[in-house]
Design a protein around this ligand. Sequence first.
Ligand SMILES: NC(=O)C1=CN([C@@H]2O[C@H](COP(=O)(O)OP(=O)(O)OC[C@H]3O[C@@H](n4cnc5c(N)ncnc54)[C@H](O)[C@@H]3O)[C@@H](O)[C@H]2O)C=CC1
Ligand SMILES: O=C(CO)COP(=O)(O)O
Length: 323
Amino acid sequence: MKAGVIGAGAWGTALAHTLSMDGEAVRLWALEADVVAAINGDHANSAYLPGVALNPTIIATGVMADMADCDMLLIVCPAQHLRAMVAQTPACTPLVLCSKGIEAGTGLLMSEVVAEVRPDAPLAVLSGPTFAHEVAQGLPTAITLACSDADLARTLAARIARPAFRPYVSDDVIGAEIGGAVKNVLAIACGIAEGAGLGLNARASLISRGFAEMTRFGLARGARAETLSGLSGLGDLVLTCSSTNSRNFSLGKGLGEGRSAVDLLANRRTVAEGAFTAPVLRDAARSAGVEMPVAEAVCALLEGRAPVADIVGALLSRPLRPE
Ligand SMILES: NC(=O)C1=CN([C@@H]2O[C@H](COP(=O)(O)OP(=O)(O)OC[C@H]3O[C@@H](n4cnc5c(N)ncnc54)[C@H](O)[C@@H]3O)[C@@H](O)[C@H]2O)C=CC1
Ligand SMILES: O=C(CO)COP(=O)(O)O
């Protein structure tokens, strides 16, 4: 049996590379024929993960039926495509959800989408501080593997763990998902602060107040506080809010410099999930009665409703309140 990865963007490719490091066969499904050809022919994916010599035991395919003999499937497509992708996967294989986002139109987390599309599929969530290019280089990180079935969690953790890739098991699936989805929106906010030249104090304040928003929203959705302060929440928040290696942070930086979201998002091949999650998160928070002023501010800038200075000014002039 071999591991399967659905989605050959940066993260799917890095995961396939990591899982195949000991010569294990890994099957990688890619949407684009040129990506399939490059992985099989050149052992490279210059479109999404340039500069990495991929292990030759990764076999790419564009045919979903080829994934039927995999003993687990890591789902690593953009969140807004997860419903369509999961509907095509072979039945009864454990699914490990690696996408970070909330579905537009439904407000559903990825596990909730799978529960609709594939109600019988055993599922887990893999989420944490994992820039794809670092993981692909074999640099160390730790990550949350959340699954409501403790036996399956242990089995998957053992299957996925590598010397420099260390999963910690949790049974809080919702908590792990909310951390990964919300941190992308907050990374846009920190990028905005960077682009607008607001300084490192502003960034630290945004991380801290953003984490308070993540926690309020997570608790309202049934997440546990310790999951939100763990690898998939605070861990990934700190990573993504600190570096232009993050697509979300970079998008925010462009917004902070005064460029429009339409301009920044046009014709891009890679995904900045926070741009899609932000309005869904705002609406979900409003309907749950959860205050998320930083997420609201990100939406206002993405929608081009006011200049950066006005939006920052509005955030800073909110009524004073206890921490
Ligand atoms: N890049 C990273 O460091 C990490 C990314 N993730 C998450 O993994 C997910 C995938 O991100 P990346 O691998 O970075 O993608 P990417 O930004 O490198 O590439 C875009 C991906 O979207 C796919 N795509 C485009 N149109 C599609 C469609 N209509 N249907 C299905 N797939 C389509 C492309 O084939 C490609 O695989 C996202 O949810 C992201 O938040 C999670 C952890 C780390
Ligand atoms: O999720 C990530 C790291 O854990 C990647 O972040 P970006 O999608 O912002 O690049």
